[in-house]
Design a protein around this ligand. Structure first.
Ligand SMILES: *Cc1c(COP(=O)(O)O)cnc(C)c1O
Length: 411
């Protein structure tokens, strides 16, 4: 074998020059020198900007684009994103601070998530952001906090829909869930909110995540619009906010094709006039995390040992599941599959071999690539994990085994 196949479509976002992967326009070898140590995450701001532009080009005017910070809360990245999108969605007091620090206007920030503490609710009301109430307890707390602070809370109700985004990687709606208030309870809950003197601005209906099927997303969006119109009938005030969720996925594994945005765009274009007729004051928004940043990031670790055990080659790196739980297959995946992985300084091909790339932790779960064909690599080479811009470092157990944390750079 003399050449390596391109490992993944994701690789095409990062040019290869003289056999070296470039991230942010910089050869990976030089980037590693600049960062000063491995492992690190690098996020390419041009790839992020291009992706946001691509989504915006296909969304009809009148659909606002929000970024869900939890996909990647790195402050510099959030700041870059704040200039590109219409709003930021946060899920904790910490993320709220990141969003405000990024300079996003408070009325363009929404705070969802179950179990918000009174302190978080007060922080949100005081800041003037939209608070997405996930329970009756939160409605009571918001009314009380609003009175204490003398500020009318900006309340949106997160609804647990009576349907789900089919085939999504993570089910977040439909059935019994800890998220939102069940759709069938809404008439009663809206009356309760009115009784508490709360002005409910509208609804947040999120039905799922990581879907690669445009038809499933279209179907969920159609059901979301229908549900919103039904809920509006029990609403005392006009609906001014309608967050229809997101759920756009990215391909990770062999055989997965990128999401086709065209059918989603076509459906929104066709559905929006009806929604605007039924809910004339509603600002419709979608919220995307992974789709906007996932493909823009790489995780880079250095080979520190090369071993052969009973005929199987292991590349041991200084990075692993403590920085990148998802790539190890332990972030909610049912069946472990390899993320796209390459040797960033040996992209030109050369002799290939089948290797397993592992981390330094004392557990067989610490696996970045299982029996993958890669160019023959040595100690000092740079292992790259693509599709690492979302749910990476912040979704990993960095404290496990007390290794140094990974560095993050926006390039
Ligand atoms: C996590 C989350 C998102 C973002 O999901 P992605 O799959 O990263 O796009 C959006 N909305 C809500 C309510 C979430 O909890």
């Amino acid at each position: 074998m003399s050449t390596t196949k391109p490992v993944h479509a994701a690789q095409s976002r990062f040019p290869v020059v003289d056999g070296v992967l470039h991230v942010g326009g910089v050869p990976l070898t030089r980037l590693a020198q600049r960062v000063g140590r491995t492992p690190f995450y690098a996020y390419d701001r041009k790839v992020v900007s291009d992706r946001v532009r691509q989504v915006r080009d296909c969304l009809p005017d009148g659909v606002r684009l929000h970024y869900s910070i939890k996909a990647n809360p790195m402050p510099a990245l959030v700041q870059h994103m704040a200039a590109l999108v219409d709003g930021l969605d946060v899920a904790s007091g910490g993320e709220l601070k990141t969003a405000l620090d990024a300079g996003m206007a408070p009325e363009c920030i929404s705070f969802a998530g179950p179990g918000k503490s009174d302190a978080e609710l007060a922080q949100a009301v005081a800041a003037g952001v939209h608070v997405h109430a996930e329970s009756e307890r939160e409605l009571h707390a918001l009314a009380r906090i609003g009175q204490e602070l003398g500020i009318a809370p900006l309340v949106v109700i997160r609804v647990n829909p009576d349907f789900e985004l089919k085939g999504s990687g993570m089910r977040m709606g439909g059935g019994a869930k800890q998220f939102g208030i069940d759709a069938e309870e809404m008439p009663r809950v809206l009356a309760l909110a009115a009784g508490l003197g709360l002005d409910v601005l509208g609804f947040h209906i999120f039905s799922g995540s990581q879907s690669l099927k445009a038809e499933a997303i279209v179907e969920a969006q159609a059901q979301t619009f229908a549900l919103a119109e039904r809920l509006a009938q029990s609403c005392r005030h006009p609906v001014r906010v309608l967050n229809i969720g997101g759920g756009f996925g990215i391909p990770y594994f062999p055989g997965e094709a990128p999401l086709d945005l065209a059918p989603i765009a076509a459906h929104l274009r066709q559905a929006l006039p009806h929604v605007q007729a039924a809910l004339p004051q509603a600002e419709v928004s979608i919220e995307l995390g992974r789709y906007l940043v996932g493909e823009a990031g790489v995780y880079v670790a250095r080979v520190v040992d090369r071993k052969v055990s009973r005929g199987q080659v292991f590349l041991v790196t200084d990075g692993g599941l403590h920085h990148h739980l998802a790539a190890s297959g332990n972030f909610g995946q049912v069946i472990r599959k390899n993320y796209p992985v390459a040797i960033g300084n040996r992209m030109g091909g050369g002799q290939a071999e089948v290797v397993s790339v592992v981390g330094p932790l004392c557990t067989p779960l610490d696996l970045l690539a299982d029996k993958m064909e890669l160019p023959r690599a040595n100690v000092g080479d740079l292992v790259v994990v693509f599709q690492s811009g979302a749910y990476g470092i912040s979704a990993s157990p960095a404290g496990f085994l007390s290794h140094p944390n990974a560095v993050e750079v926006l390039v």
